[in-house]
Design a protein around this ligand. Structure first.
Ligand SMILES: Cc1ncc(COP(=O)(O)O)c(C=O)c1O
Length: 416
């Protein structure tokens, strides 16, 4: 079967899913365990599968589709830019990197940006900055302290500081000098951070780890220790940042704010076009000089123009995210009082986790069957990352579906 006939068969064939599954099982690396769903198009907070069935999308491409699907302003911006200039490389200037970096500086409280294409790539760059910063002081200053249960990406460097054995074990040995400490344990942090530390890396809300927020006092202590030992403090805002919690960045939840030396962000930044950033203060930015780092695709005009338009829209959405986020968590808390197998509801803004005493996998499948897309992280945590434009009505609908599938789980005796 040639490529064109494959494409037309997707459009006309009700068995499109099976056909695509067969092709993928033959030709793709078998690294993903996908849900049996072939998504074809989206509109607002809804996506449609190949049979035309509609789903309320409360996972939004794992936190990427912050404006839902086919947002008219994004479509307009991307169409216009695609017809003008797609790629320039970093040999030349394009009209968007400067304005976007200025915007990021204003909203983050930091100063200089490097553009790349994904979260892991941003974290790799941040690791190089930590290493290069430490090396200026001493060749012994190369340790990076990060937290148990963290997730920072799947490249070798990012994996090395990811505090979950299951992601790391097949690839060891990884980078030397990674030190792990339990989250929110100030004493442990004080014991590990020292003069050999070149960086401390923290997710303000652990995402893949099961939606665990950081204590503000803990983050302040990390800031103090980084300063005391001349290390760089890095906040990984890849999942919890760029509006997700109702602030531009999750570290802005603290008042007064705890500023990092480096912040990395990606996922929703260009709302579906790959874009990652490292944003640094002057002190950290000095660690990278000419030709020490780079990217062919990073900061291309398509991604940067989309990001600028997204940030224009996001400014007005932040209060909405806070309001609907609270509304949603209130509803989830109400479910907790109904179902004894809900242990805890965690999160901020539109990043929510429902921690169960039972596995979440079947509940996710049942929800999908009923027209709601969510996922499960850490086996027992139902994770919700809905688009920022979600309405209370859509939340009500999601909660109705959730109630139904939780009732089914209770009847089925999942908890026993
Ligand atoms: C906190 C955090 N850091 C890093 C990453 C890696 O990002 P990417 O998948 O874009 O490489 C993720 C992805 O889920 C993440 O949640």
């Amino acid at each position: 079967m040639n490529f064109m006939s494959t494409v037309s068969s997707v459009q006309s064939d009700v068995n499109a899913l099976e056909r695509i599954q067969a092709l993928e099982s033959q030709y793709l690396l078998q690294n993903y365990a996908r849900y049996p769903l072939l998504l074809e198009r989206g509109k607002g907070c809804y996506v449609f599968d190949s049979s035309g069935k509609r789903y309320l999308d409360f996972i939004a491409g794992i936190g990427v589709n912050a404006l839902g699907h086919a947002h008219p302003r994004l479509v307009k911006t991307i169409r216009a830019q695609a017809g003008k200039l797609l790629h320039t490389s970093n040999l030349y200037y394009n009209e968007f990197q400067g304005p976007l970096a200025e915007r990021l500086a204003k909203i983050s409280g930091l100063e200089r940006t490097f553009f790349c294409n994904s979260g892991a790539e941003a974290m790799e760059g941040a690791l190089k900055m930590m290493r290069s910063h430490g090396r200026k002081v001493s060749t012994e200053k190369y340790e990076v302290v990060s937290l148990n249960n963290s997730f920072h990406g799947r490249t070798l460097g990012a994996l090395s500081i990811t505090g979950q054995e299951k992601y790391r074990r097949d690839f060891e040995p990884l980078l030397p000098g990674a030190r792990f400490v339990p989250a929110n344990d100030i004493v442990a942090l004080e014991q590990v951070v020292g003069d050999r530390t070149c960086g401390i890396v923290i997710e303000w809300i652990q995402g893949e780890g099961g939606i665990f927020p950081m204590n503000i006092e803990y983050a302040r202590k990390a800031r103090e220790l980084a300063d005391r030992h001349d290390a760089l403090l890095v906040f990984d805002e890849i999942q919890c940042g760029v509006g997700r919690v109702g602030k531009y960045f999750a570290y802005q939840l603290a008042d007064p704010v705890v500023l990092p030396d480096i912040m990395v962000a990606a996922k929703p930044l260009a709302v579906g076009i790959p874009l990652g950033v490292i944003v640094a203060n002057e002190r950290a930015a000095k660690s990278i000089g000419t030709a020490m780092h780079g990217s062919t695709f990073g900061g291309g005009p398509l991604a940067c123009s989309a990001a600028l338009e997204f940030l224009n829209i996001l400014e007005g959405l932040l209060p909405h995210i806070q309001n609907v986020g609270e509304y949603f968590r209130g509803k989830l808390e109400a479910l907790r009082s109904k179902f004894s197998f809900i242990k805890e509801v965690r999160g901020r803004g539109l990043m929510a986790g429902v921690d169960l005493t039972i596995p979440g996998k079947q509940i996710v499948l049942d929800a999908m069957h009923e027209g709601l897309l969510i996922n499960c992280t850490h086996d027992t945590v139902l994770r919700f990352l809905p688009p920022y434009i979600v309405t209370e009505k859509e939340i009500d609908r999601a909660v109705r579906i959730l109630t139904k599938v939780l009732k089914t789980a209770a009847k089925r005796g999942d908890a026993s």
